[in-house]
Design a protein around this ligand. Structure first.
Ligand SMILES: [Zn+2]
Length: 302
């Protein structure tokens, strides 16, 4: 009898140890999705850094890539074994592929159905937003806009002023994936905390002084803050909640030029709310994002 009990005990202990190892391996194999914009990179403040025609653009492509690599290093240190990066700035061709950590895969160019979050699906445990900026509704924030500073005056998701971070978090949320870290200027992080989740790890790489001005830490300091922040966030990955928006999902866009609203409202499923504003309702955020890809690709040039 005693022998039987001890055999049983050994079997149970082995089972726990084995299961523990199995769980340990599973936890180590984190799957991390990274979307990277450029306005929130340390030192970036105006078109000279952000547009391909700008004198600093080649340098800031390197600095953007280095900030993304810092997040990748943090993720690898926490045991990530699958990392996908979406290049999400401008033409979505800013990250230098040959300088990106080879452990990550890179999503480039567009239009693409999921926009800044293309590449994400249920197969990820966490999403990270690098180099992000505030929406147009946040005063005194570096390059504050949503999707297009040239074309949109305002974008609202289910009636709420939407930042790009909010749209990205909603897409991730549709797949059950939480945003765990956002880097950018102080105003961008403040907006993320107020509108999405105060628990998201925020990495403030610069203090906004205005639309085209900031007091920034050095690129090296920003990179080490992002690396440390990523490790910290992923170490508590189980404490985050996906940002889920209600369905059906409505997007309203107020254009800077009225002609865009006028023409898009020719479509039978688009409602014109006022001279410059249109509204579209999709069954979920993924349909809304696809609609926004069409709106973003269309340009009346007026
Ligand atoms: Zn952006």
């Amino acid at each position: 009898m005693r022998r039987a009990i001890s055999k049983l005990a050994v079997a149970l202990v082995s089972l726990f140890v084995f299961t523990g190892i199995a769980f340990g391996q599973e936890r180590k194999g984190l799957r991390v999705f990274i979307s990277a914009d450029m306005e929130g990179v340390a030192g970036a403040v105006d078109a000279e850094q952000l547009l391909p025609t700008g004198m600093d653009y080649p340098l800031f492509r390197k600095l953007l890539t280095a900030e993304v690599n810092a997040a990748i290093e943090g993720a690898l240190a926490e045991g990530a074994d699958k990392i996908t990066v979406a290049d999400s700035h401008g033409e979505e061709l800013s990250i230098l592929p040959d300088e990106l950590n080879p452990k990550a895969r890179l999503v480039r160019s567009g239009p693409r159905p999921l926009g800044m979050m293309e590449g994400i699906d249920q197969g990820f445990d966490a999403a990270i937003l690098i180099g992000f900026h505030a929406s147009i509704n946040t005063p005194q924030a570096v390059r504050a806009h949503t999707l297009s500073s040239a074309r949109y005056f305002d974008v609202r998701l289910n009636g709420k002023h939407a930042s790009e971070a909010m749209l990205c978090a909603a897409i991730a949320g549709q797949f059950g994936v939480p945003v765990v870290l956002v880097s950018g200027d102080d105003k961008a992080i403040e907006e993320v905390h107020q509108t999405i989740d105060p628990g998201i790890e925020g990495v403030v790489v610069k203090r906004a002084l205005g639309y085209e001005s900031a007091e920034s830490v050095s690129p090296q300091v920003a990179q080490s803050m992002i690396r440390d922040g990523t490790e910290k966030a992923l170490a508590r990955v189980g404490t985050f909640h996906p940002y889920v928006v209600s369905k059906p999902t409505t997007i309203e866009v107020t254009f800077k030029s009225m002609i865009n609203a006028e023409i898009l409202a020719f479509l039978p499923y688009v409602t014109r709310e006022d001279g410059a504003t249109i509204r579209f309702t999709g069954k979920d955020i993924l349909e809304v994002e696809r609609f926004m890809q069409v709106v973003g690709s269309y340009d009346s040039n007026k």
